[in-house]
Design a protein around this ligand. Structure first.
Ligand SMILES: *Cc1c(COP(=O)(O)O)cnc(C)c1O
Length: 363
């Protein structure tokens, strides 16, 4: 008897593992493993869920028109060139599937977001990783790995898990080096956290070029991870392809309502941004003072590297943190075995993780 067999590229996928949320023996853990918003969602977003239970039998608006209009108003965009999705992961998969397949290559940087190679294989394409410099995407290395088969190039800016970013000028230089038929995806999952004069999430490049698309999420700054909500802004042909391929009702009603309300709460965004910047700087300094290497981060997390620190490994540190009820994220799947990624949480959570690491390193 023969059993159904998926395409070979599907079996090459290492399933994505999200951050854990529980630890045996702990009723309550400190979860700093998934870059969730430190202050939780806006109270306005929570209120907007309303009595969703009373109309669960109705399909949502398949085109998420009200949400797209709210996003367009907020960021000064053309609503017809926005597509929403069940998380930006889904949108990234749509882009890759629409523009690449068997025999094609999908290019990203070595410590780029882990979803990119999975989405590439899901489409039957071949993921190609370009080396980085100082844990930062390297435009020359990316351009050197272009081939006639390259169809999509993805840059998370700022990048997860490294926290590093490319200035606008480097993104422009990358784009200039790409043939017109190669889609450049600018993944701005952490764009709302960046406070750098030379940074841009890429809206002006989208406006100017036919081969650029930016993706954004409500999971990080807006702290709506559970609802699964993201959006993309791109050229007309890219958005058209995504709309043809997406499932008909890919954004649910709760996400639409909460997303609109979250956008309207500018104060909550400001509070979250200020809080995150303050405790990101505090934690980075603390960890450096303990002898760990912490690259400057523009996201709501820091990467702590243990290499050469008195023979103590990131894995041992992780085990110790777990024994204290603290969950951070190992980086072995990104090829950074010596590193842990720590999300910026509340003040108490930051003090707890810093104290635990100090205790571990003093042992
Ligand atoms: C978290 C993250 C995403 C995905 O977020 P969704 O929850 O799927 O919207 C995309 N890109 C990067 C770089 C991320 O860190």
């Amino acid at each position: 008897m023969s059993a159904p067999k998926p395409r070979a590229s599907i079996l090459d996928i290492m399933p994505y593992k999200g951050g854990e949320g529980t630890l045996p023996g702990f009723d309550k853990v400190i979860k700093l493993a998934s870059n969730e918003g430190a202050l939780g969602p806006s109270p306005k977003a929570m209120a907007a869920l309303g009595d969703i239970a009373s109309h669960l039998h109705r399909y949502p608006d398949g085109g998420a028109a009200r949400l797209r209009e709210a996003i367009a108003r907020q960021f000064g965009l053309d609503a017809s060139r926005i597509v929403c999705g069940g998380g930006s992961d889904q949108l990234i998969s749509l882009i890759i599937s629409a523009f690449s397949g068997a025999g094609d290559e999908v290019l990203y940087s070595a410590h780029g977001f882990l979803w990119y190679p999975i989405a590439a294989r899901g489409a039957g394409a071949t993921p190609v990783a370009a080396p980085e410099k100082d844990l930062t995407a390297d435009v020359d290395a990316l351009l050197a790995r272009l081939s006639p088969r390259t169809r999509v190039v993805l840059i998370a800016n700022p990048n997860n898990p490294t926290g590093t970013y490319l200035p606008k000028s480097e993104i422009e230089r990358l784009h200039k080096g790409l043939p017109g038929n190669v889609v450049l995806v600018l993944d701005g999952a952490y764009a709302e956290y960046v406070a750098r004069d030379d940074y841009s999430p890429g809206i002006e490049l989208v406006e100017r070029a036919q081969n650029v698309v930016m993706t954004r999420t409500f999971s990080k700054m807006y702290a709506l991870s559970a609802l699964r909500l993201g959006w993309a802004y791109g050229s007309e042909p890219i958005i058209d392809a995504m709309n043809r391929l997406r499932t008909p009702f890919n954004v649910n009603e709760a996400a639409i309502n909460a997303g609109i309300a979250a956008l309207s709460d500018a104060d909550h965004v400001t509070r979250t941004r200020d809080h995150t910047a303050k405790w990101r700087a505090w934690l980075s300094e603390k960890l450096r003072a303990l002898g760990l290497q912490v690259p400057p981060s523009e996201g709501n997390f820091v990467l702590a590297r243990f290499a050469g620190n008195g023979g103590k490994s990131a894995h041992e540190a992780d085990d110790f943190l777990r024994s204290k009820g603290i969950i951070v994220r190992r980086q072995d799947p990104s090829g950074l075995k010596d590193a842990l990624r720590i999300t910026i949480g509340t003040e108490d959570e930051m003090r707890a993780v810093a104290a635990a690491l100090e205790e571990f390193l003093a042992r």
